[in-house]
Design a protein around this ligand. Sequence first.
Ligand SMILES: NC(=O)c1ccc[n+]([C@@H]2O[C@H](COP(=O)([O-])OP(=O)(O)OC[C@H]3O[C@@H](n4cnc5c(N)ncnc54)[C@H](OP(=O)(O)O)[C@@H]3O)[C@@H](O)[C@H]2O)c1
Length: 316
Amino acid sequence: MKALYFNDFGDNSVLKYGDINSPQINANQILVKTQFIGLNFADIYRRRGTYHIEKHQPYINGYEALGEVVAIGNHVNEVKLKDKVFFVDVPFANAEYVSVPSENAIRVPENLDSKVVASVGLQGLTADFLAHDLGKNMPGGNVFIHGISGGVGQILSQILTSDGMNVYGSTSTSAKQNLALNQGAVKVFLRTTPWSQSLQGKFDTIYDGVGKTLEQSLSLATNKGKVVFYGMAGGNPPKIDPLKLLVQSKSILTGDLWDYLNSADERKKRSQRLFSYFQKGKIRVSEPTIFPLSEGQKAYEYLESGKSAGKILLRP
Ligand SMILES: NC(=O)c1ccc[n+]([C@@H]2O[C@H](COP(=O)([O-])OP(=O)(O)OC[C@H]3O[C@@H](n4cnc5c(N)ncnc54)[C@H](OP(=O)(O)O)[C@@H]3O)[C@@H](O)[C@H]2O)c1
C-alpha cells in the first residue's frame, strides 16, 4: 500500500511517500480503507521526536482517519463490511489501509457528510471535552480562546456560544478574525497588536492551546478563574510558580483527549454529543484543505505554517 512515512525524526524533509507492507488484522480488529486522513499538530511534535509515537519500522504518523471497512476479524460483531467509520486514536493513519481495534471505530452518522465528519473528528472531540469536562462554564460566563479560528478553536467557540457563554478570542489575521465573529464570538483581537492590557482579570476561563501564551492567559483570568492549557502550537509554555496562582485562587487545568476516550461507550457518547451540535445547525466549520496523500509533505508544511483556518485532510 502507499503511505507517508519517515525513518528518522526531524523537520518536514524527513517525510517520504511510497510503498510499504499493508497491515494485518487480528480477531478483534477491522481493516479500514482510508478516504480522508486528518492532520493534527501533535503529528508535528511526533515527527520532531518530542512526543510519544508508536514504534514502527519505518515510522508512520497520524492517528485520525475516516474510511470504509474492507475486512473484519473473527470476534468483531459491532461493525460490518462496507460500514463507514472514523477513528481518532489509532496509530499509522497516514496510509491507504489501517488496522483498527473495533472498539476504536466510531460509526459515521448517516445524516452527516463524510467530509464534514472527517474535518471535525479529533478536533471536535477535543473541543467537546475542553468545554464539557474541563471548562464546565456557566451560561453568561466570559471565556477567552487563543487561536480561536484554528480547528479546535472554531468548534470550541461555537459549542461555548451555543451553551450560552460570551466568547472572546485572539487570532493572527483579519480574515480569521471575521470568521470567528461570523461564528458567534463577541470580540476577537489580533495577536499582532497589543490588546491584553485592558482585559486583565476579565475572564472566567481561558483556553490556551498556543502554550507560550500561558503567563498572558493567567493574567486574563479573574481571581478564582481558570486556564485550560491543552497544547503548544506556538511553543512550549513557561514554568509557572504555583504560589502565584494560590494567592489569587487561579487554577491551571490540563487534559489529553485520549484519557477521555477510554472505552467504546465513551467514544459513542461523546461523538453523539458533538454531532448533535452539527445536526441542530449550531456549528459550521470552514471547508477543509485537501491534499493527495502523495503530497503529504506539502500538507504538513501548510499545517506548520499556521496559515490554515480549519482542517487539513489527506486523500489517498
Ligand atoms: N489536549 C488534547 O487532547 C489536544 C487534542 C487536539 C489538539 N490539541 C492541541 O490544540 C492546539 C490546536 O490544535 P488544532 O488542531 O486546532 O491546530 P490548528 O488548526 O493548526 O490551530 C492552531 C492555532 O494556533 C495558533 N498559532 C499557531 N502558531 C502560533 C503562534 N506562534 N503564536 C500564537 N498562536 C499560534 C494559530 O491561530 P491564529 O493564526 O489564529 O493565531 C492556529 O490557528 C494544538 O496545540 C494541539 O496540539 C490538544
